[in-house]
Design a protein around this ligand. Structure first.
Ligand SMILES: [Fe+2]
Length: 407
């Protein structure tokens, strides 16, 4: 008797469950989402002093810049943690295949592979360190993977301690690196789950003394990372919360910091905002504003942080009415009237000397359509929840460039 009752109960329970699932599918209830970031984060003004204990007796490679402040930091680290097995200190902006190949080969000059890489610098340093970690002396296998998409499982993975000295890259909490090929006019993205740094050490004192232009460009890069993670097909409620916190702080505090570059409290706030932006886009990647930026950086030499942020007001106008948690997040940042918010964002950028028109960055109208077409067809463009038509409409209405929509 008990078994029969149990069977009847299970039948109705299963039927109810099945019907509930089907109903959820029919009425389009929220699909399942997940958020993951495995990077341990140490944040604070004493962060740099802890690196030796984080190395913890392991052999290490140091990747950094050649400039005087980095030489001083290198000496300090060497005293505290012992001599690095390898030092790569000629990192250039926008890491390029040619230099990366030569730098990667230096890992063959030692008999044993370093057990950990310390990346001390901006986004270029941390991205380069990820390439070295994957290459382990053989950049050719990284390049083949970038060009063909195959061979990923054959790449290496040396743990990385990422110590950003600018607030903007987010690379300290992501699993990818941007690799440029200036000669061929290409930009690649090296993405591997095992390239998440082991630890991110964020010490805002290392950001003190960074000049106005670098502080501006990196701060705007972080702003772009945060907003791009919202108008993104991969957005989720957790990434959106990180993004709202990041963008709101940057809009409020970046202009104050640019007027007071030595203010450690403001450096802390922007560093934390940049970290939040990194945590947001670590799960979504970027979207259309970044895909617009790459040819502009390659072809016209516009700094990444400027190139990926000047179009943000136009993109914002084009997604008005998107609905759901994405629109809620955008309204938390820009206010209930997103059209007015786009005007304010335009004014915000203008007040920092960043025009919202292509022409403001010396890009001729004739080049715009090609840049836009390619951006929407690119990988990051496909992350964008909006449409090219809405973008073109918004761009034309706000005078971002002159184009004939019938073309
Ligand atoms: Fe960026």
């Amino acid at each position: 008797m008990f078994e029969i009752i149990n069977l009847i109960y299970r039948y109705f329970s299963d039927t109810l469950f099945h019907e509930t699932v089907m109903r959820a599918k029919v009425i389009g209830m929220k699909k399942m989402w997940s958020y993951n970031n495995p990077v341990r984060i140490l944040f604070g003004n004493d962060g740099f002093a802890s690196i030796a204990s984080l190395i913890d007796g392991r052999t290490y490679a140091l990747v950094t810049y050649p400039d005087a402040p980095f030489q001083t930091l290198t000496e300090y680290l060497t005293e505290a943690a012992g001599k690095p097995l390898i030092v790569v200190n000629d990192i250039a902006p926008n890491p390029d295949c040619m230099l990366l190949s030569e730098q990667s080969a230096r890992f063959n000059s030692v008999t044993s592979r370093p057990e950990v890489i310390v990346a001390l610098g901006g986004g270029s340093v941390i991205d380069s360190a990820k390439v070295f970690a994957a290459a382990a002396g053989d950049f050719g296998k990284v390049l083949r993977h970038l060009e063909t998409g195959s061979g990923g499982s054959g790449l290496s993975a040396i743990p990385i301690i990422a110590v950003p000295t600018t607030a903007g890259t987010g690379s300290e909490v992501t699993s990818w690196a941007t690799v440029w090929d200036e000669q061929r006019g290409l930009k690649f993205s090296l993405v591997r789950d095992n390239l998440y740094p082991e630890i991110a050490v964020i010490d805002p004192t290392l950001m003190l003394g960074k000049p106005y232009g670098l502080t501006l460009a990196t701060g705007l890069d972080a702003l772009s990372h945060s907003i791009e993670s919202i108008w993104n097909i991969n957005a989720n409620p957790v990434s959106a919360r990180h993004a709202v916190a990041a963008a709101s702080t940057i809009l409020a505090d970046l202009p104050k910091l640019l007027r007071d570059l030595g203010n450690l409290d403001l450096r802390n706030r922007i560093a934390e905002a940049s970290l939040n932006a990194g945590l947001a886009f670590s799960n979504t990647k970027t979207a259309i504003a970044h895909n617009l930026s790459y040819p502009i950086t390659l072809g016209w030499g516009v700094q990444h942080g400027i190139a990926c942020s000047f179009a943000l007001p136009t993109v914002l106008r084009s997604v008005i009415g998107v609905g759901g948690f994405r629109e809620t997040a955008l309204k938390q940042i820009f206010g209930e009237d997103l059209g007015h918010g786009a005007d304010n964002l335009t004014d915000f950028l203008a007040s920092l000397g960043v025009g919202h028109r292509f022409a403001d960055h010396s890009i001729p109208d004739a080049a715009c359509i090609k840049i836009i077409d390619e951006a929407f067809n690119g990988e990051r463009g496909k992350n964008f929840i909006g449409s090219k038509e809405s973008f073109l409409k918004a761009a034309t209405q706000s005078g971002v460039f002159n184009c004939n929509l019938n073309n």
